[in-house]
Design a protein around this ligand. Structure first.
Ligand SMILES: *Cc1c(COP(=O)(O)O)cnc(C)c1O
Length: 301
């Protein structure tokens, strides 16, 4: 067992019109878990780390893009638990940015990988680590059954009960864990996912692969704003309003789209009066570092 103490409170938040409509929104502050092993990336790493240690591995090997919150979380977790780390980075050789620089500070080895090679992660792992029995494979984003298992723990940790729980979806691993834990606990809560990429119906299949007998969660596929890491001025304006009203930071790639969706659904009277909603803040605030110029360009800031 690894020991890692953290604090992730549930907080009520207010925003213009939500109270008028008697909709009660709370936020689960998984962004407060850790500045670098943040949000659902800690949840998804936890059981992978336990398995790696149980199998006497001392080297985490993983995958991601140049602004991957998961790569940063893995780099920091490796340093924390005395494990080596390597990331195959899907990008042109030599690319650097604040996130990659932080990964290197945590001691991570970065291997630049072109898009064709990146497609077959197992082959990459085998090619570089076939002679290294200490290496432990973690899929991109911490995707997979062990990742979902960690996200199940969010439900058991809740202090209050809710009619609706929302999370942002990339791979759907977090959504799968939430939906499974809700169904397994016999709760009536409806679990909702807001995909941040286009054409996200694949998420149902991903969830089904991890937990074949679970009921399907509700997906709101209209809030991707053009696709992964794409934005529109409307989204940035909402983020600005939300952050300045609540004091809670969100960013354009994941949690901005999530809260935009919740706010939009509230304004369309999607929920019954007196509904209690929990929104999971999945962290990832370093993503803002890669996006701040958009606020300049689109909002003139
Ligand atoms: C990675 C990430 C997600 C996506 O989680 P999935 O389990 O892949 O759906 C959501 N929010 C944030 C902040 C993330 O960093």
């Amino acid at each position: 067992m690894i020991s890692f103490n953290f604090y992730s409170p549930e907080q009520k938040i207010s925003f213009p019109d939500w109270e008028k409509k008697t909709i009660y929104v709370s936020i689960k502050r998984d962004d407060m878990i850790h500045p670098f092993i943040s949000g659902n990336k800690w949840r998804k790493l936890k059981f992978n780390l336990e398995r790696a240690l149980a199998e006497n591995k001392n080297h985490l090997v993983t995958f991601g893009g140049a602004w991957s919150n998961h790569i940063l979380a893995t780099a920091c977790a490796g340093a924390t638990f005395s494990l080596k780390t390597t990331a195959f980075l899907r990008s042109d050789p030599g690319i650097n940015n604040p996130l990659i620089a932080m990964c290197r500070l945590f001691g991570m080895e970065i291997i630049y990988t072109d898009r064709t090679e990146y497609k077959n992660k197992q082959a990459l792992f085998d090619k570089h680590f076939s002679n290294n029995s200490n290496a432990y494979f973690i899929d991109e984003g911490g995707h997979g059954p062990l990742g979902s298992k960690g996200c199940e723990e969010i439900i058991a940790s809740l202090q209050e009960s809710y009619d609706h729980i929302f999370c942002a979806c990339g791979t759907g691993t977090t959504l799968a864990g939430l939906q499974h834990a809700v169904a397994a606990s016999g709760l009536q809560t409806v679990v909702h996912g807001v995909p941040v990429l286009k054409g996200a119906d694949f998420i149902h299949d991903e969830v089904h692969k991890i937990y074949p007998s679970d009921p399907v969660a509700t997906l709101h596929t209209g809030y991707h704003f053009g696709g992964y890491a794409k934005t529109k001025p409307e989204l940035l304006r909402f983020i600005e309003k939300f952050v300045s009203h609540t004091g809670i930071m969100i960013e354009p790639t994941y949690t901005g789209k999530l809260f935009f969706a919740v706010n939009d659904l509230i304004s369309q009277d999607y929920f019954k009066p007196n509904a209690r909603i929990l929104v999971i803040h999945t962290g990832g605030l370093t993503g803002f570092l890669g996006m701040y110029e958009r606020f300049n360009l689109d909002l003139g800031q």
